[in-house]
Write a protein that binds this ligand. Sequence first.
Ligand SMILES: Cc1cc2nc3c(=O)[nH]c(=O)nc-3n(C[C@H](O)[C@H](O)[C@H](O)COP(=O)(O)O)c2cc1C
Length: 161
Amino acid sequence: MKRLLVYYSLSGNTEDAARKLAEKLGAELLKLETVKPMPKRFAAQLFVGGGQVLLGRVPKLKPLTKEVGAYDELILGSPIWNGKAVPAVNAFLQNTDAAAKVTALFFLSGGGETQKGLDAIAGLLPNLKHTASLLDRKHKNSGENDAKLAQFAAAILKDLP
Ligand SMILES: Cc1cc2nc3c(=O)[nH]c(=O)nc-3n(C[C@H](O)[C@H](O)[C@H](O)COP(=O)(O)O)c2cc1C
């Protein structure tokens, strides 16, 4: 079973979780990056990123560094922006063959509310079986992330053919 963990991360939280999870799963990592960089200041990020989500904008991605077709299963990690998955993840999911390989999805958020984001993306992921909601390191309950990750990884590994 060849697994690829595909993620986007602006400030490192999703990247941290992605690295830990990839190690537990024996998966390779693919970081999504947009051609146009996001602004450095948080207020500007909220304006630009939040606006992109609101308007359903799909940014251009830098060329992917892995051949997605070579993997059996994809795991997807996204921060929550304005209640939903980030635009870069939506750009990646325009590849419907790739979207069909996604079996597990995890979100990182500042507040923990991810249902709206899950509802918005679930229709694009016909084989989604496992989800996890993790908290930004600034949240007082972010210490729960490691246990949630362990549970998430165990559920994914149980699916082994
Ligand atoms: C543009 C923008 C919009 C955000 N919108 C939300 C939101 O609607 N709800 C929420 O709980 N957190 C929101 N956040 C916080 C991020 O989801 C959170 O900080 C996450 O851990 C960031 O992941 P990263 O460090 O991998 O980029 C937002 C952050 C940014 C930059």
